[in-house]
Design a protein around this ligand. Sequence first.
Ligand code: IMP
Ligand code: ZN
Length: 365
Amino acid sequence: MTEADWFVALPKVELHAHLNGSIRDSTLLELARDLGEKGIIVFSDVEPVILKDDRSLLEVFKLFDLIHILTTDHKTVTRITKEVVEDFAAENVVYLEIRTTPKTNNSKGMSKQSYMEAVLEGLKSVSTVAVVFSHGVNEKNPFNSDVINNPSSETQEKKIFVRLLLSIDRRETTEAAMETVKLALDMRHLGVVGIDLSGNPVIGKWDTFLPALEFAKTQGLSITLHCGEVPNPEEIHAMLDFQPRRIGHACCFGDGEWKKLKSLNIPVEICLTSNIKTNTISSLDIHHFADLYKWKHPLVICTDDFGVFSTTLSDEYNMASSAFGLTKRDMFELSRNAIDFIFADDGVKRELQEIFASTERKLGL
Ligand code: IMP
Ligand code: ZN
């Protein structure tokens, strides 16, 4: 088995993946070509933007505005959800939390709720793998089995657990953020387990989102926050004081912020390629992964936006192993430890532990 194949075979847990950042380039180009033919955009202007490799953090948000023009109708949301899950499953991601910002688009008759229904439709239409996206039977969940898509019989052997996080975009108002939290609560029986705060980190104020996040927390939703993507000590301290269950990135922390993070033991979602390509961290030799790993701080390797940054979770593990001198055993343990930080319940955690135990020997460990 080649090195790259070994990292594909390694069972993996993905906890930080934005739906619209995880679209295949080929799909984006197809959607752009379609809109170009309808005269809505000029394809030749858009093609180089989609194919550009390195982008600053600000350019990334411009690209997202373009992606949202291409993707915001129900059929496309369903299609990209299906493809994203199939792509993760193909590289042996066994548990996936997809996060996405519910969107309103009056011209397409789309509400935040119908957007999420289109996402669920995408989960149900996955055909290459069994998708387990809600657990247990209750009065709101009439399914007597937790596998509710319909894979073909040859693929039924393979399964992926999927849970959903609803993102609040930093451009949103308190009311809009609250609407997202209420939607998450209504959709809990369909596999929605938490809330994410994301979007352009230089836009919006923490106090705007706090009421909705507090409400989500008191209702038992799990929270993860994009934290410290730009230097903003006041906001970073306020976010850590909130005590989310996880944070993403933690790139621009000073000594005081590291001290607080470590004493609170909040797990960090690390996205190496995303940090390097957006130049949030200038090179892997100075990436905070090394220090956090050395101190056994809880962390999990993730992709962020595998389409936008042209990466895969297997590549991220492979890269971390070479950049930080970690053995295959270390990488297996790192991947397995991520089970502790998932937002799904203990039943799922137990099943994941079994999957890891049963593949350990096959991986030559
Ligand atoms: P969506 O929520 O499925 O539309 O995924 C794309 C959205 O995720 C973007 O518009 C941003 O709001 C958010 N996002 C993706 N990558 C990043 C990041 O690196 N930092 C902050 N927000 C991000
Ligand atoms: Zn992110």
